[in-house]
Design a protein. Structure first.
Length: 197
């Protein structure tokens, strides 16, 4: 009834997005990384943290591409237009998808990430992701972080399409939870079939 598969854009970019999802995120219906990977045709999802199963690090660093880890560590560099202009080629954008504690441990312990430059997003608008409580209003969900990075690495049009997809997810989920009236679901609306279910 609330399926919005037909609204997921198919965005082709030079940037290759590689999401490294913690296994705890796999079962969460509020996870946005899977949705991002469905929208970006040149993207990939890898799972880490599974018992007795090592995540592949093949291709995180590849010939002819700059690999960047989107992670705001103390030694990260702000991702700006000037920084992007100095990159030699297309980018492998590596994005951890987990809570902060899990991400910190993973980035510190994963040998395959050693030597990959860390980048962080510049300050921007507050998150529109209202499906989980954030301790810090500056925190973004994975889809938002990737969208903003793509806006800097490639184009604002792709960023806007991803952000629209996030708004559809948020509005329909909040409507299903009974916390948002249908008249406020303005991005794609609520399909008529949902009211007959």
């Amino acid at each position: 009834m609330l399926c919005f598969c037909s609204l997921i854009p198919q965005i082709t970019l030079q940037t290759r997005v590689i999401v490294l999802m913690h296994t705890c995120e796999e079962v969460l219906t509020t996870n946005t990384a899977r949705l991002t990977v469905k929208a970006l045709t040149n993207s990939e999802l890898r799972i880490h943290g599974r018992r007795d199963e090592r995540m592949s690090v093949a291709g995180l660093v590849s010939q002819g591409r700059d690999s960047l880890l989107l992670y705001p560590s103390p030694h990260s560099v702000e991702l700006t237009a000037d920084y992007v202009s100095r990159l030699a080629g297309p980018v492998n954008l590596i994005v951890p998808d987990a809570n902060w504690r899990q991400t910190t441990k993973f980035v510190r312990r994963e040998p395959g990430l050693i030597g990959i430059p860390h980048v962080r997003l510049p300050a921007g608008p507050q998150s529109k992701y209202l499906l989980r409580t954030q301790r810090d209003p500056r925190n973004l969900c994975t889809l938002e972080a990737i969208a903003r990075a793509i806006g800097l690495l490639e184009c604002c049009t792709a960023q806007a399409r991803l952000e629209t997809l996030l708004r559809v997810l948020v509005e329909r989920t909040l409507w299903a939870r009974g916390t948002l009236a249908a008249k406020h679901c303005t991005t794609a609306g609520i399909p008529d079939e949902a009211f007959r279910g």
